[in-house]
Design a protein around this ligand. Sequence first.
Ligand code: 2BA
Length: 106
Amino acid sequence: MKLIIAVIQNADRTNLASALRRAAIRHTRLNTIGGFLKQGNTTFLIGVADDQVQHTLTLIGEHCQEREVLHRPGAGAMHPDAYVSPTHVQVGGATIFIVDAEEYHL
Ligand code: 2BA
């Protein structure tokens, strides 16, 4: 069994959750905050049998888009006297970790 940990954008969480539900793939959603942008994102914990991993990754790929967001570090981000101009950064579709789940108890 594998535990898939997927960090996705909030805008995609409802569609991904619906797709996982339709596929009867059990999951848990956590509200999280990205360390770089310091903006809210969503982390899915998805426990699946090994032979469901590929299908789960396909669903994540289908429902999580890459987007460009404006990063506004503002004053004091690098040095108290420095102002860092806003820049665009690409975010998503998903940051995915797949780890072996040694045991699963309900
Ligand atoms: P954030 O840390 O808020 O990062 C948002 C986006 O900012 C990243 O998108 C990336 O495009 C950019 N970014 C991050 N660190 C950067 C840096 N030092 N310099 C320039 N740009 C940087 P994604 O790569 O798609 O990541 C989306 C979210 O996934 C991240 O939000 C974070 O919550 C999570 N994540 C990404 N890599 C991770 C890792 N190695 N461990 C844990 N969480 C991770």
